[in-house]
Write a protein that binds this ligand. Sequence first.
Ligand SMILES: [Zn+2]
Length: 314
Amino acid sequence: MTIRALPALLLGSLLFLASCSPSSETASSGKLKVVCTTGMITDAARRIGGEHVEVTGLCGPGVDPHLYLATRADQKRLKDAGLVLYHGIHLEGKMGDLLARISKSPREGQHIAAVAEAIDKEKLIRNELFGAYPDPHLWFDLQLWKTAAAAAGKALEKADPENAEIHASATRAYLAEIEETHSWALEKTAQLPPRKRKVVTSHDAYNYFARAYGFEVKGLQGISTETKPGLQNIRAAVKYIRENGISIIFAETSVPRDAVEKVAEEAGCKIYEHELYSDALGEPGSPADSFLGMFRFNLETIVDALGEKSGNSK
Ligand SMILES: [Zn+2]
């Protein structure tokens, strides 16, 4: 039970207490209800909030947040949440209006935070092809994700002041783990000669990854999966693969495989046996069922695939 909820309870009718129906912002357990959009944010909220909050994620394993439309049940969850955590900077393309509406006029006592908006705008990648919008896939630069995770932690502290110290300490532990994974990623990448660090994949989700860890990436689709890759993108990818002697390219779990299959066929290269995770976590029990698990899986997959056994010629 949060301190904020107390006056409501004191003023509330006995009927309310007798019915045991949860107040709108806390669950029947008395815990703060946190509703998150992406799997990456849901994982951060669970890691930080732990047993003290009740976290619901809207985009499950393999679900594309660019295209996800809030169901009626989701809309109710968002309305009832004590804290809403979303990515922002137009990642949640189809939920943008709904999230903007909640941000503009949250219910009394409701908190909402767009975690990516805590990041310095100067650090965001912009591409003239995508006009006014920055590339939203910043979770693959762990230094930037640390800022987003810290923003999630701060929002939890504010929305759940009774447990603020616990959330602050859990945030510090999580940020340390992200930092450790970042150092591991730099070491792991160093095993791969720079000439082999060329990743062709389904959609442009790895620009931050490329900048942070020294890769060159080419996505067949734009930074949002809303626009299907045209013939021009496919031809450009085939040309790039041939010019760079690339023998292995990657599909992604949350994007249909047809374009990447077409490119592989035309360029005469292989699609790697393991798909990369881009905008959604893996199924529970898979190596990518947590955000850092997903990050490690991707990096190991890329380094293994493009390493010695790929036989990339350049
Ligand atoms: Zn994406």
